[in-house]
Design a protein around this ligand. Structure first.
Ligand code: NAP
Length: 293
């Protein structure tokens, strides 16, 4: 089975659009972009485009790369106090002279649609309900639930321990009663560990998962994004030992492709959080129910 994040994201976006249309007060997502990083510009443009398509207001505030930290923090405080703004997202990475922790801590947790603030991250770690769940892990869980992939009691190996994907992913899986193993660049014998997994979630940005080495009929979720030698977008899963797609589908239970898997689900998840930024309760259909358990 292919975990088709692109198709699923279209369905959920349609649902969010319907919910947004019913709202008197529309969500307003403000994205702060610092500098000229081309990848960040593309991400921000895509977020804004998707938001506008489904009726969510979206504003991008751009600052030059040499902006002072206090200017950014003052702007965030202004947005915190602006009732017309329901969600604030600071696009990472920030230039080196800015302490990203100070910037993140300035965001009102009730507007922290990316789940970056210590209050929301801390609540997640304590098993309490944050105002928002982190977007990529939330998108992955929605996708696994939609495809009826059980999580409770399963051995899940998470590769990568970043604050935005690996760590919160592991915490959300623990909340769902999975047995979680976390791996990173110092992990020894990664191939042996991935053989134990019912589900592998890889967020590295390099081809670290040799799919012939995984357990037969395991589920593979590919978060990684990198470019191959031809400049084509690719993920962390290495399928080069397989003859063709049929051989892959015979061997694994399911896998998410890159592009078209986790990426679109991350955007959907941000849109869900933007909707929640107005409502803070969820009346969406079963497709999106998993993230609000
Ligand atoms: P990151 O900050 O780039 O860190 C990468 C992680 O991979 C680190 O924890 C690192 O370990 C680990 N790692 C590096 N080499 C490894 C190896 N050989 N074996 C095992 N682990 C290794 O992480 P990120 O921000 O989560 O991004 C990871 C990837 O996901 C990137 O390609 C990014 O573009 C992509 N991404 C995609 C989406 C999406 O929506 N599709 C969203 C977010 C990120 P250490 O901690 O020891 O350094």
């Amino acid at each position: 089975m292919i975990l088709d994040g692109k198709a699923l994201s279209k369905k959920i976006l349609e649902e969010i659009k319907i919910e947004v249309a019913k709202l008197e007060k529309k969500p307003h997502l403000v994205v702060i972009l610092v500098g000229d990083d081309p990848a960040s510009k593309i991400y921000v443009r895509n977020k804004k485009k998707t938001a506008l398509e489904i009726g969510i207001n979206s504003t991008v505030i751009e600052f030059p790369a040499d902006v002072e930290e206090n200017v950014l923090i003052n702007k965030i405080q202004e947005l915190n106090n602006d009732e017309s703004v329901t969600g604030i997202l600071v696009q990472m990475p920030l230039p080196k002279h800015i302490d990203k922790d100070n910037v993140v801590c300035a965001i009102d947790p009730k507007k922290d649609v990316d789940c970056f603030t210590p209050e929301n991250v801390g609540k997640l770690a304590l098993g309490m309900k944050p105002y928002f769940y982190p977007v990529t892990p939330q998108g992955i869980l929605i996708m696994l639930d939609y495809y009826n992939i059980p999580i409770e009691g399963k051995n899940v190996v998470v590769i990568g321990r970043s604050n935005i994907v690996g760590k919160p992913m592991a915490q959300m899986l623990l909340q769902r009663n999975a047995t979680v193993t976390m791996c990173h660049s110092h992990t020894k014998n990664l191939d042996d560990i991935i053989k134990t997994a019912d589900i592998i979630i890889s967020a590295v940005g390099k081809k670290v998962v040799r799919c012939k080495m995984v357990k037969y009929k395991s589920v593979l979720v590919d978060v990684g994004i990198s470019r191959d030698t031809n400049g084509k977008l690719t993920g962390d899963l290495n399928f080069s030992d397989f003859k063709d797609i049929n051989e892959i589908l015979d061997f694994v239970e399911a896998f998410s492709p890159v592009p078209g898997g986790v990426g679109p689900m991350t955007i959907v998840s941000l849109m869900l959080n933007s909707l929640l930024s107005v409502k803070h309760t969820c009346i969406l259909s079963s497709i999106a129910k998993s993230c609000f358990k």
